[in-house]
Design a protein around this ligand. Sequence first.
Ligand code: PGA
Length: 253
Amino acid sequence: MARKKFVCGNWKMHRTGAEARALVREVRAAAEPFCDRVDVAIAPPFTALGVAAEELAGSRVGLGAQNLHWESQGAFTGEISAPMLVDAGCRYVLCGHSERRQFFGDTDEWVQRKTRAALAAGLHPIVCVGETLPERESGRTLEVVGRQVRAALSGLTPQQVGSLTVAYEPVWAIGTGKTASSAQAQEVHAALRAILRELAPSAADAVRILYGGSVKPDNAAELMSQPDVDGALVGGASLKAADFTGIIQGANR
Ligand code: PGA
């Protein structure tokens, strides 16, 4: 099944408002011509969502956030809810990025709650899974990502599964300059696809599975040439408009 490729930039904790405005302008101008054939989104920090939404008004480049809380409001100091993200102009939200899991205590159960909250608010969740280096080296990759994706998606209707994206991001490849080979990526993506078919047979073939972890203009096309690699979740390289555009071009091959 032909799935439209999807490239999403994860800016992590980078760029103030003025810096974000300049980068969004550049990205919008460079990415817009590809949007017929590639879905493009960026996820700036919360504090830059307002300026990013302004700069993306009328654009097909989508806006996303990097995290959310599962309650819609309440006494949760420091947190941001799904309805708040919708109000800020977001269409997408990352759920369970490995940095959240590693440094901020996101558990499989929290990722499930976040995914449900995002869907309930009409956001499109990008559910992130990935194994650490010791997990890969001990042959547990498929077990770990299988557990993560089953937990995040458990109890969702096929229609809900069809309204999300999965991102496979091996933790050892994030920000390290080490990329999974295209064969390593495809192996995991195919396994994830098989689980999606089990959980939601009618929706599984339409769900995009992105690869993330040191994606750059020079490896993007090769990774995305794999049958189950439907796009990229891009960290470092999404902070340079030229590199991000190079990756979008790789998706367009
Ligand atoms: P990276 O990050 O491209 O800088 O490796 C990817 C991610 O964490 O989403």
